[in-house]
Design a protein around this ligand. Structure first.
Ligand code: SF4
Ligand code: SF4
Length: 378
């Protein structure tokens, strides 16, 4: 893909420069110099990476920087917020009773399906009204699913940046030739937690398995059973988010455990974008198959010129393919690879900037405050 001229890049970037300025600067003025600096840095950071995507023709190389930074700053922002509001990362019995638990997209399948079967919302959060209410997260999820399908997992998930980041620590995988059967595990987890949640009318994935409790909030440890649950989520975090991604260069939490990821694979059928392999150009070198972080390209799918429904549209195969055979495609159109990639990048980046912008800014503000005053909390 030849680089566009600087003028063409600038013209292509102009809509996003305007939209992100409107989104980020359109609200209340910053409350401190740290917040003002963080706001300006967020704007420059987001758009610099988007311009690099446009100008270099590489997607994943720049997306991963955005995404990993988001994963890290989300933790800074979220934990600080919890401590300001609640004084602790620990979720107490009182929090459950008051329905004050922030809702997270990973809970969607075990909320949606039991709700359809039993007419009961089993999550202890508010339905409407707060920044992480059940209704607001559902609206965001439906919009993003229609626009990006499982692209959510590379352009929106506030946890995905962690295993994505750890999968890039080493240049080469230590554990190679992993069985593709790992990709079946999230579907099995999904089936089990949906049935178990509907039967017990409780959010069992949050309660028992979610590894991200290690970096967000977790229940009080009061009984021997709580000790077991705490041991499970810490072990899963270390194994699937840190150690296995480092050793395999795969996003093992997303590709080998996450039930939401499995559920979201279905959304790949109802949105316009997909990644395809042009069989006429492909030399069958296998590089895309090795590099795909989610086992979404197999020998068979390569021969058929497609990626599997688990593809999370990170663009890594498109970036590395030496023959430019792996490419973005817009279903039902004859758009060429460059136009198709551009048509995908606009909604993907806009979703990222909208969803992540606030956390990036807040996380950065807190770090600046820590450096300048010694205090991270407001
Ligand atoms: S990296 Fe490109 S050329 Fe190599 S197998 Fe994949 S699509 Fe074919
Ligand atoms: S098939 Fe390509 S775009 Fe899809 S997850 Fe794998 S590397 Fe990313």
């Amino acid at each position: 893909m030849s680089s566009p001229s600087p003028l063409r890049t600038a013209l292509l970037a102009l809509p996003m420069l305007g939209l992100t300025a409107f989104m980020l600067f359109g609200g209340k003025p910053p409350s401190s110099w740290q917040a003002g600096l963080a706001l300006a840095a967020t704007y420059v950071f987001l758009n610099a990476l988007f311009i690099l995507m446009l100008h270099t023709g590489k997607t994943d190389r720049w997306r991963s920087i955005l995404f990993v930074t988001y994963g890290l700053l989300f933790i800074v922002s979220f934990i600080s917020h919890l401590i300001e509001v609640r004084g602790t990362m620990v979720l107490t019995h009182d929090t459950y009773l008051k329905g004050e638990t922030p809702f997270c997209h990973i809970v969607i399948p075990m909320t949606l399906i039991p709700a359809a079967l039993t007419k009961t919302i089993i999550f202890p959060g508010t339905i409407v009204g707060s920044f992480a209410s059940i209704a607001s997260m559902f609206v965001i999820w439906i919009g993003a699913s229609l626009a990006l399908g499982r692209g959510w997992c590379s352009w929106g998930c506030f946890f995905g940046g962690l295993d994505d980041g750890f999968s890039r620590v080493l240049g080469r995988p230590v554990l190679k030739n992993l069985s593709r059967r790992w990709a079946d595990l999230p579907f099995a987890v999904l089936l089990v937690i949906v049935i178990w949640s509907a039967a017990s009318l409780s959010p069992v994935y949050c309660d028992w398995l979610c590894p991200f409790k290690a970096v967000t909030e977790f229940s009080e440890v009061l009984t021997a059973l709580d000790v077991v649950k705490t041991g499970i989520f810490l072990t899963l975090f270390l194994a699937f988010v840190v150690v296995l991604p480092v050793l395999t260069k795969k996003r093992m939490q997303c590709a080998g455990l996450c039930p939401f990821g499995a559920f979201q694979s279905g959304a790949n059928w109802v949105n316009p974008f997909e990644v395809r392999i042009d069989a006429a150009l492909c030399s069958k070198c296998g590089l895309c198959l090795q590099r795909c972080p989610t086992f979404s390209i197999s020998e068979e799918s390569l021969a058929q010129g497609r990626t599997q429904s688990t593809c999370l549209k990170c663009g890594q195969c498109v970036d590395v393919c030496p023959k430019k055979a792996a490419r973005f495609h817009v279903r039902g159109t004859a758009a060429g690879p460059e136009l198709a990639r551009l048509l995908f990048l606009y909604p993907a980046f806009l979703f990222f900037a909208t969803f992540a912008g606030g956390n990036l800014q807040d996380g950065l503000t807190r770090i600046l405050r820590l450096v300048s005053t010694g205090r991270m909390l407001g």
